[in-house]
Design a protein around this ligand. Structure first.
Ligand code: ZN
Length: 285
């Protein structure tokens, strides 16, 4: 019994779509990261602010990010070169992949006879046979179409990575738009899934969300033992105390350790801050 092509391709299509969505959902964070000095702290700041009422400064920042067009621009003095390199590489990879996939699945612009009929009126009939064929403007400007870059125009690249990712997701999932697209061949889908996975890893690595484990530089506020932070790609960060059951921290035990996740992390950060302030208040020995 042979497996039909489309069922073999389906997991790649799904993986590609999930990874592309993850890339565009984190794109604003990556662009914002370019403008900030890399943080040597764990976990990423946005995770630390999880569920916490934003102080006035953060509100202002969130506002600025909200208005920021999600287009990678020239940065005269980027503060985070890793983030910039990742953004440039990911954008290039997705734009080039969209070009390549459009070549394979996108119907060329329809041509139709020029409507400049008046210029033929009164001329000998044979001239009419040489009617000029021109691009159908409505078909050419169809917003669902991927526009290639040309010497005079950046094409769809002008809309930035977000649109490229959305367009590629549509092709991966074989979304129809009249007769504009044919399904992506299985081998091309595999290529797309690889590009999407690599792009996602680049973005997450640059944002420090790529599944790392590291020792926090401050001890557990409840028992004084070491704390270990952990991030997982696409998952929420967590912190665990190394002491085990004997730690009195008000969180549940997981595999023998106190572990903070999600909203519980807010309580941990507050306790760490309080412990640090207590330390600073003590007169130097
Ligand atoms: Zn502890």
């Amino acid at each position: 019994m042979t497996t039909p092509m489309h069922t073999a391709a389906a997991p790649a299509a799904h993986r590609a779509a999930v990874d592309l969505a993850a890339v565009r959902e984190q794109w604003g964070d990556l662009l914002a990261a370019i403008e900030q000095a890399p943080a040597a702290e764990w976990p990423p700041r946005d995770a630390r602010d999880f569920d916490r009422p934003a102080p006035a400064d953060d509100e202002h920042q969130a506002d600025t990010i909200g208005r920021m067009p999600l287009v990678l621009r020239e940065h005269p003095a980027p503060l985070n070169l890793n983030a910039l390199d990742a953004a440039v590489a990911v954008e290039e990879a997705l734009f080039d992949t969209a070009d390549a996939i459009a070549e394979v699945v996108q119907r060329p612009v329809r041509r139709r006879p020029s409507l400049d009929i008046p210029s033929y009126i009164g001329r000998p009939a044979p001239l009419l046979k040489r009617t000029r064929m021109v691009a159908d403007r409505a078909d050419r400007d169809d917003p669902a179409r991927w526009q290639y870059a040309a010497a005079t125009s950046p094409g769809s690249r002008a809309y930035g990575l977000h649109w490229a990712a959305v367009w590629l997701e549509g092709r991966a999932l074989d979304e129809q738009s009249g007769d504009l697209f044919t399904p992506v061949p299985a081998r091309t889908l595999d290529d797309l899934a690889r590009v999407a996975s690599l792009a996602r890893r680049k973005v997450e690595r640059a944002l420090g969300r790529d599944g790392r484990t590291l020792a926090l530089d401050r001890p557990c506020p409840w028992c004084g033992d070491a704390l270990t932070g952990r991030t997982q790609p696409g998952g929420e960060p967590s912190v665990s105390c190394m002491r085990g059951e004997a730690c009195t921290a008000p969180v549940l035990l997981d595999r023998g350790r106190r572990i903070w996740r999600g909203a519980e992390l807010v309580g941990l950060w507050a306790a760490l801050d309080a412990a640090q302030r207590r330390g600073e208040e003590q007169p130097p020995a």
